[in-house]
Design a protein around this ligand. Structure first.
Ligand code: HEM
Length: 425
């Protein structure tokens, strides 16, 4: 799905369908009249008028099918997810924590459909390009959904803890691997901006950027922070810089992993992670040097998924080795952190897409607000409260009424009987 999305963007097909009809839009055009109607609608768009004027029906078909395939695949994934989910739920083969996680993933999938349309909308007015912010949000959410599904799947495939001799280095290694997964996610967002403003079509040399280690026009836009999102030079420089950081830190991680006693599967995951980094960096450089041909651009996007997957696999294996916390409180805390991250992402989108709003200030304020909002949830999970799931749900659903927030906080702070706390752990 992510690779098809990449090809849709690389072939400039994304703006060929100008309506969002989740149910009716699944039917493909069949008759000549269907095609005429679709092309007529496309003719009204700025992309047709400024870029593709005079496009024939046959040419239109070539861009239409990619966008159509991308949308139908999205709906198919939703269906293939939803029907077995309901079936296993009815058969009571899914326990409550897993059910909540899967329901959350399904909601994120729906949100992604909407996010895709929100992105397309930005390319249907005046400028025939989609906003790089919305493109990055759409790409980022795709990786969040992938990470959530992959993590749940890993948990189901290897549910047992891996016990290893007590080793101080394990905890550090685990933190290191989580940091690398986060950095790869940031790298993906950075790649979204590179693709979004077509920064891959400039500075097609490596390792220098047209003869410079640090190009001179990094901060030509005002205010300064716009350069990170709107300046082709800065956006590409950042992508290279993070690639260099990864190029050094992943091998250091791998070397460190060699000094710890690990099981075969965990060791295999570490080796694949290193290998995938080399593949992805090579693909990135090749994509740049050839000024983004479609097969390389698409492979680089697919490579990002595989690299992210490899890093998550390593993180998951290491969390099995070292985790001493209860399963319940860990995943609940992840839910809370996920909510905070999503609120900040929306704050960022609001900040950068709304004139007059501060793109740094809005997400920071939203983040602080979200941290305060989730105090009851944090108290409940930290104390391993026997009703922590219910408290977190109350916090999420009714916290905004303030009364709900107070009730959740009081509930989370109530005294826990020792035997209850043991059951929760
Ligand atoms: C180290 C890990 C890397 C990751 C995880 C990564 C990830 C990404 C992602 C997700 C994108 C957006 C989607 C796409 O591929 O088009 C992207 C775009 C891009 N990346 Fe990377 N990248 C990495 C390294 C590199 C390196 C080392 C270079 C070259 C120096 C590079 C050059 C590019 C270019 C030119 C694009 C724009 C492609 C386009 O317009 O479609 N990347 N990257």
């Amino acid at each position: 799905m992510i690779v098809v999305g990449g090809v849709t963007r690389l072939t400039d097909s994304g703006l060929s369908i100008v309506e969002w009809q989740p149910i009716v839009g699944t039917m493909p055009p069949i008759t000549q009249q269907d095609w005429d109607v679709l092309l007529e609608k496309y003719r009204a768009t700025p992309q047709y008028q400024q870029v593709n004027k005079g496009m024939s029906v046959d040419e239109f078909k070539s861009i239409f099918w990619w966008e159509y395939f991308h949308r139908v695949l999205g709906r198919l994934i939703g269906l293939v997810f939803f029907v077995p989910f309901v079936y296993f739920l009815v058969k009571k083969q899914i326990d409550r924590p897993l059910g909540i996680k899967l329901a959350g993933i399904f909601v994120l999938g729906g949100l992604q459909g909407f996010m895709g349309w929100y992105m397309v909308m930005s390319g249907l007015v005046n400028d025939p390009h989609v906003s790089q912010y919305r493109l990055t949000a759409h790409l980022g959410l795709a990786f969040v959904i992938f990470a959530a599904m992959f993590w749940v799947a890993l948990g189901l495939l290897s549910p047992h803890r891996e016990y290893s001799p007590a080793n101080d280095k394990l905890q550090g290694l685990r933190r290191f691997s989580f940091s690398l997964s986060s950095l790869i996610f940031i790298m993906v967002l950075s790649g979204g901006f590179v693709a979004g403003i077509r920064a891959g079509l400039a500075y097609n040399t490596f390792p220098l950027m047209n003869g410079h280690v640090i190009p001179p026009d990094l901060f030509i836009l005002e205010p300064w922070y716009r350069n990170f999102f709107d300046n082709i030079t800065t956006v590409q420089f950042d992508h290279r810089l993070i690639a260099w950081i990864l190029a050094f830190s992943v091998p250091i991680f791998w070397l460190k992993s060699r000094t710890v006693e690990l099981q075969g599967t965990t060791r295999l995951a570490c080796n694949l992670f290193l290998l995938m980094l080399a593949v992805q960096i090579s693909l990135g450089i090749a994509t740049l040097l050839h000024a983004v041909p479609i097969p390389l651009g698409a492979s680089h996007q697919g490579g990002a998924v595989l690299l992210f997957a490899a890093s998550l696999w390593v993180s998951h294996r290491l969390s099995l080795v070292t985790s001493t916390q209860s399963h319940g409180s860990t995943w609940l805390k992840n839910v809370i952190w996920g909510c905070i991250a999503v609120s900040m992402l929306f704050g960022l989108i609001y900040g950068v897409t709304t004139t007059g709003a501060n793109p740094i200030g809005v997400p920071v304020i939203v983040g602080i607000g979200a941290l305060l909002y989730f105090i009851p949830g944090f108290v409940a999970t930290s104390r391993k409260h026997p009703n922590q799931t219910a408290i977190v749900i109350l916090n999420i659903v009714a916290g905004w009424t303030f009364l709900g927030w107070v009730v959740a906080l009081v509930w989370a702070s109530l005294r826990i009987k020792p035997e209850d706390s043991q059951t929760a752990a």
